[in-house]
Design a binder for this molecule. Structure first.
Ligand code: SAM
Length: 266
């Protein structure tokens, strides 16, 4: 038996653990893990969601955690679920998820909120086997990821996800559901991805174009893109695609971004 020292939550690692069993149950119900499902959890914490997922009929669960101080809370799980569970110690942003075997088909996690955007890019880049993500994120992140065109929250990851699949907010979760109680509200976000346009996440010219396009939001898109590729006759390309010369990045539909990208790839 490993002696548990009092645990000090690390704010910089987003350690707000789920304490509301009703929410936990709703997460697992929504994810509906079935036999054959291989799940990845990012941020094991003290293992509450980990154990709930393993109580489902899922075939295999990987759980990744950076903080070794949580080991006493997690060390018995492999013994309780031999052949169904693998705990990975490390930084979720440094992982190459394509190396996981069996390949995960679902990601179900209460993720560290401060790494939401880079983590999602990383998962899109290196986990093509996963078509379903159910993630607890900060409410503002859920709003950005699902923001439609012509809203100030619109940003590159949301545009990319829109082309690859769909993202929707399924449940607002109050701060009281976590310990320690965070200062922010949370939201359960569901992302379903198809096979189409999956390559965009690893396409440097796509990522670069969006990054430059959204870089200075107060500037016109045309001017932002000129700094990205000087060799492209942007005003002509805009006219051909029916994009107004005064358009801002957030106004473009995902399809227009794709059409712009096809022009610059030629
Ligand atoms: N799943 C647990 C729960 O629901 O109670 C914990 C969720 S807590 C919001 C996020 C967890 O992610 C923390 O345990 C934290 O230590 C871990 N974490 C933070 N940054 C990480 C990183 N870069 N890689 C892996 N885990 C990380």
């Amino acid at each position: 038996m490993i002696e548990r020292k009092p645990f000090r939550h690390k704010k910089n690692l987003g350690q707000n653990f789920l304490a509301d069993r009703n929410i936990l149950r709703k997460i697992v119900e929504r994810a509906a893990p079935a036999a054959g499902d291989v799940i990845l959890e990012v941020g094991s914490g003290q293992g509450v969601l980990t154990r709930e997922l393993l109580a489902s009929p899922c075939t295999f669960l990987f759980s990744m955690e950076i903080d070794r101080g949580l080991e006493p809370f997690l060390s018995d799980i492999s013994l309780l679920h031999p052949g169904r569970f693998c705990l990975i110690w490390g930084d979720a942003l440094e992982a190459d998820y394509s190396l996981l075997s069996p390949a995960p088909s679902k990601v179900v996690a209460n993720i560290p909120y401060n790494i939401t955007t880079p983590l999602l890019w990383k998962l899109l880049e290196t986990l093509p086997s996963a078509g379903y993500f159910l993630l607890m994120v900060q409410k503002e992140s859920a709003e950005r990821i699902t923001a439609p065109p012509s809203t100030k929250e619109r940003y590159p990851l949301g545009v990319t996800l829109e082309l690859t699949g769909s993202a929707r907010k399924v449940l607002n979760v109050p701060p009281a559901a976590f310990r320690p109680v965070p200062a922010v509200h949370s939201c359960l976000l569901e992302i379903t991805l198809g096979k189409e346009h999956r390559e965009l996440a690893t396409d440097g010219s796509w990522r670069g174009m969006l990054r430059s396009g959204f870089a200075q939001r107060r500037k016109k898109l045309l001017n932002n893109l000129k700094t990205f590729r000087e060799d492209i006759p942007w005003p002509e390309v805009f006219a051909e695609l029916g994009i107004g010369k005064n358009a801002r990045a957030e106004e473009l539909s995902a399809e227009k971004w794709l059409a712009l990208h096809q022009k610059i790839k030629k």
